[in-house]
Design a protein around this ligand. Structure first.
Ligand code: CO
Length: 208
């Protein structure tokens, strides 16, 4: 890739923004007030703002391999806490995608070194839903279903946090699970029932 092109593209982008709104950058530099936290995969094909038709200032973003929300990952937990407690986002989305290399790697038995502990969290999702997944004969369908169940479990992991529980009680913060289908470009809402999950897991995970 010619990195010179990046700076040329940047100049074009500035011109386009200023043509639409001469105060665009003045307004942008005043601060951010995003209403949405987007947790997605690092995969280069899964953009965050672009596929939602959003722009600078509208989405707080965290991306990692296979869109994981792991309780001892200081990075994702810092993002969640800052977004919920300081930015006061109204919604959190975990967005997975079909064809996810991280999920695929977790379905195979290869030793991937430093990635092993990360991918083990996806293997744990497989174990939790082993009966359902093993009953799916077609490997592609099983893989797609694991992508969806992984999103669902990461939503549950969000609901386990004190920040999300308190913001849900206090101001109705919601957690959503979506999947991006890059074969069609479609964003699919898995319609995870936040309240159902919340009440189901609260007995164990409730934090004052
Ligand atoms: Co991925």
């Amino acid at each position: 890739m010619d990195l010179e092109l990046v700076f040329k593209n940047n100049e074009n982008w500035i011109s386009e923004k200023l043509a639409k709104n001469p105060n665009f950058f003045k307004e942008l530099s005043k601060g951010q007030n995003p209403e949405l936290l987007f947790i997605g995969c690092s995969d280069s094909r899964v953009t965050s703002e672009e596929l939602m038709g959003m722009g600078p200032g509208e989405v707080f973003v965290h991306r990692n391999i296979a869109n994981m929300v792991i309780s001892i990952d200081l990075n994702v937990m810092s993002v969640v806490n800052y977004a919920v407690n300081q930015l006061k986002v109204k919604d959190i989305v975990v967005c997975g995608h079909y064809g996810c290399g991280g999920v695929k790697a977790a379905m195979q038995s290869a030793d991937l070194g430093i990635l092993n502990p990360w991918l083990r969290n996806i293997r744990d999702v497989y174990r939790i839903h082993q009966n359902e997944l093993n009953s799916i004969q077609d490997e592609e369908n099983r893989y797609n279903r694991l992508v969806e169940l992984n999103v669902q479990e990461q939503c549950v992991n969000l609901i386990k946090t004190a920040a999300v529980q308190k913001a849900n009680r206090g101001r109705g913060l919601k957690v959503h699970g979506w999947v991006f289908d890059m074969r069609t470009g479609k964003l699919i809402d898995l319609k995870i029932d936040f309240d159902k999950y919340l009440s189901k897991i609260m007995e164990i995970y409730h934090l004052e």
